[in-house]
Design a protein around this ligand. Structure first.
Ligand SMILES: Nc1ncnc2c1ncn2[C@@H]1O[C@H](COP(=O)(O)OP(=O)(O)O)[C@@H](O)[C@H]1O
Ligand SMILES: N[C@@H](CC(=O)OP(=O)(O)O)C(=O)O
Length: 592
């Protein structure tokens, strides 16, 4: 008999009527011959209400007690859902995370799943029950209740689908699928019928609240197709699978992360170990750093910029200041009125011209770019918050996201999961389910770095530089823009070595026109990339990487990060040594 996991988010169980509607969906699926596991979130905004209650009592509530409190939201919903199903004449049993046996580590409020028992759920299903699981919670080895981080019910659902070897995992929500950007932010957003795990992972981490990013990591790792669909209608929604919507379009989605803060550390000694010290001191406060940019240094000093959630700025600045003896920086600046705009697309990896298109669109709309980071499948820019909405609209239409691609699927494909036939194998893999997995560590020594230093900062700089370089037919790989001293911009890019002389000529010409103070070429550069699943939720990856390189006396000259990859540029002659130390540093988590 086939098994379906159906997850209903807070908006889908916000009141009694909605609970009954969700109950009907589950009963219908059961009548169609499926075994049904429901995963349910707290009603409406109940979790926010609980967070607020805690803050009224204590400014810094102990994390353990916070979990004790927050888990009650889901407990209310599962009980009401079971009652609703009973009242409709079917059989149901509600279970908390602990009752199911969802074991987690003890990182309260952000716990990771270690293992899940399946016996009790299977027995209840076999006895004809709909099993209703409380989302977002588990239990640690000392029987403390834990929660998985905000939005974590999606992760419960996908993890249950993986361990129960479910045929489908349906995420019911208040939108009828995944859109090219948050439809609440942009009316032109278009629903897609299919999106790839990698794109969804980037979008979810960029704040596309429709999916919890950790749940997408799980789904990718275990090959669980996810169907995102509406609680309030019966139409099919969006499948999250391996393949993107279109193989011809470079960009599949856009996102805005509104409340960011930028920190720029000016004049840190350009020597090995500094990035490690910096991010180590921030990570020790459990702050998640997002865009990280370090550009080519001058006079033995470099500038490092990064973004953090706006409400974690103060703590971040404390961490940076407390490490001032080690970091020996000249100055720290910050700006808390910034937002990040990103475009994401699997097709970007194969097509050139995507970055300069984005910069051109922003320049035409007179939007100044403060920072740029790129990855294989994402370009992010930091802009003033007052420009963010316009910037999102501009890139959305600039990349034709409102228009259905010609090669898009015409209907939602029924994707079946690659079945695990060996139950013991699934269970054994569970033990390492949330572990970091590194797919590859790669050395690319075919690139040179071109840097334009201290370009007077105004809209259109990046567009001018990239258009000029693209016009020569030169492919740009990594792009990094950092905030220089006195608000000048520092722009670095990597190009194939064979094109570096030509790129330098172009950069000099444009640099002169733009008033850049200096134009440099580091002809012999090496790019080291670590890629895998779970990089963002494992903040230690960057730190492990920076530490390994610094221990080997290798200086990091450029940094660029994304959800699935961390890239650094080091001196060409140190590339092989860098690769060797990274292979050693990640040996325990590197896939064969
Ligand atoms: N790209 C996107 N596609 C669809 N919805 C999105 C996207 N980005 C953000 N969202 C938002 O996510 C919301 C659904 O997430 P959420 O409110 O957490 O639902 P639930 O309570 O069901 O978990 C939608 O209402 C929508 O505004
Ligand atoms: N109730 C939790 C967990 C969750 O996933 O909720 P939702 O499915 O409504 O995003 C939260 O608000 O974070």
């Amino acid at each position: 008999m086939s098994l379906i996991v159906q997850k209903f988010g807070g908006t889908s169980v916000a009141d009694c009527e909605k609970i009954v509607a969700a109950a009907r969906k589950a009963i219908r699926a059961q009548k169609q011959g499926h075994q049904v596991v429901m995963v349910v979130s707290a009603m409406g905004k109940n979790t926010d209400v609980l967070v607020d209650l805690a803050r009224q009592i204590n400014d810094h509530p102990p994390a353990r007690e916070m979990d004790m409190l927050l888990s009650t939201g889901e407990q209310v919903s599962v009980a009401l859902m079971a009652m609703a199903i009973h009242s409709l004449g079917a059989k149901a049993v509600s279970l908390t995370g602990a009752q199911i046996g969802i074991k987690t580590d003890s990182t309260h409020t952000k716990a990771r799943i270690i293992s899940i028992e399946t016996e009790r759920v299977k027995e209840l299903l076999d006895a004809g029950n709909i099993v209703i699981a409380a989302g977002f919670q588990g239990i640690d080895e000392n029987l403390n209740i834990t929660t998985l981080g905000r939005g974590g019910s999606d992760t419960t659902a996908v993890a249950l689908a993986a361990v129960l070897d479910a045929d489908a995992c349906e995420i019911y929500t208040d939108v009828d699928g995944v859109y090219t950007t948050d439809p609440r932010l942009l009316a032109e957003a278009r629903r897609v019928l299919q999106i790839s795990y990698d794109e969804m992972l980037e979008l979810a981490s960029l704040g596309a609240g429709v999916m919890h990013s950790r749940s997408v990591e799980f789904a990718k790792k275990f090959g669980v197709p996810i169907h995102v669909r509406s609680s309030f209608s019966d139409i099919t929604g969006t499948m999250i699978v391996d393949q993107p919507e279109s193989n011809t379009r470079p960009v599949g989605g856009a996102a805005m992360t509104k409340n960011e803060a930028r920190v720029t550390i000016e004049g840190v000694p350009d020597v090995p170990g500094i990035s490690h010290e910096l991010f180590h001191s921030i990570a020790s406060k459990a702050i998640s750093v997002d865009m990280i940019v370090q550009d080519i240094g001058a006079d033995g000093r470099a500038n490092i910029s990064f973004t953090v959630p706006r409400d974690e700025l103060e703590q971040t600045l404390d961490a940076v200041r407390s490490a001032s003896d080690i970091l020996k920086y000249e100055n720290v600046r910050h700006d808390e009125e910034v937002s990040k705009i990103s475009v994401v697309g699997l097709g970007m990896a194969e097509q050139s011209g995507v970055a300069d298109k984005m910069f051109r669109v922003l320049a035409d709309n007179k939007i100044n770019i403060q920072m740029i980071t790129t990855s294989e499948i994402k370009i992010s820019v930091l802009v003033a918050r007052e420009d963010a909405q316009r910037a999102l609209a501009a890139v959305h239409s600039g990349f034709l996201l409102d228009v259905t691609p010609d090669d898009a699927p015409e209907s939602v494909a029924a994707v079946s999961r690659e079945r695990e036939h060996d139950a013991a194998e699934v269970v054994s893999r569970l033990r390492t389910m949330e572990d970091l997995t590194i797919d590859s560590i790669v050395l690319d020594d075919s690139q040179s770095v071109i840097a334009l230093r201290r370009v007077p900062d105004h809209p259109g700089i990046a567009a001018r530089v990239f258009e000029a370089i693209a016009a020569e037919g030169i492919l740009v790989d990594m792009i990094v823009q950092n905030v220089g001293r006195g608000d000048a911009a520092n722009l670095s890019l990597t190009v194939p070595k064979s094109d570096s002389e030509q790129a330098l000529v172009v950069a000099k010409r444009i640099g002169d026109e733009l008033g850049a103070e200096e134009i440099l070429c580091k002809a012999d550069a090496a790019k080291l990339s670590v890629s895998g699943i779970g990089l963002r939720s494992h903040t230690g990856v960057g730190i492990r990487m920076f530490r390994a390189l610094s221990d080997a006396g290798i200086n990091v000259e450029l940094i660029n990060t994304s959800e699935v990859m961390v890239n650094v540029i080091v001196e060409g002659k140190q590339g092989q040594a860098g690769l060797d130390v990274l292979n050693k540093a990640f040996a325990d988590v590197l896939l064969d």
